[in-house]
Design a binder for this molecule. Structure first.
Ligand code: HEC
Length: 146
């Protein structure tokens, strides 16, 4: 028991050191993962709207809710210093954090509205999802390197 605890503490020590060394890289990866998830969610939604896969109201609501949840946290993952490294975030993401956060928060609401519309059917979801796509584009144009 004592031995196991000692090993566990040693492991925590190692991972804490690793986090300190590559702190910003891990934050960059985290926001990119959330964005990858946004991309995957949008792909599922678009595939259903195009008819490549059948429209399923439950899945449509889930992917829109996923985009909403991601955007409720992603804007806090742009700390100073994380503009350097393997990132495509543009400089404006750091100089205008309030602007980026405003688009994220608009996305939280618009994606939630799209999720709520899914139960009304494909046409209603398609209409509501337009605002979601517009937010992706608006934020990328301003805050991502093209
Ligand atoms: C509030 C701003 C904002 C919104 C909204 C936004 N993005 Fe992004 N996105 C970014 C930024 C900034 C990056 C670059 C992140 C980096 O490389 O550090 C990015 C990167 C990405 C990437 C590449 C991730 C990677 O692995 O490097 C994908 C895919 C993506 N976004 C898809 C989407 C989709 C789809 C939507 C809409 C559903 C969306 N994004 C909405 C700001 C946003």
């Amino acid at each position: 028991m004592k031995k196991t605890l000692g090993i566990a503490i040693a492991l925590i020590g190692i991972s804490a050191a690793a986090v300190a060394a590559g702190q910003q890289d891990d934050i960059i990866k985290m926001r990119q993962r959330l964005m990858d998830s946004n991309g995957q969610a949008a792909k599922v939604a678009v595939s259903m709207l195009r008819g490549d896969i059948p429209f399923d109201a439950t899945v449509a609501a889930a992917v829109a809710n996923s985009i909403s949840h991601d955007n409720a946290v992603v804007y806090d993952l742009f700390p100073d210093g994380s503009d350097k490294g393997d990132t495509n975030a543009g400089l404006e993401a750091f100089s205008d954090k309030a602007g980026l956060k405003a688009i994220s928060l608009k996305m939280v609401a618009d994606a939630k509205a799209a999720a709520d519309s899914a139960a009304k059917g494909k046409d209603a979801f398609a209409e509501a999802f337009k605002a979601v796509g517009a937010n992706c584009q608006a934020c990328h144009e301003k805050y991502r390197k093209s």
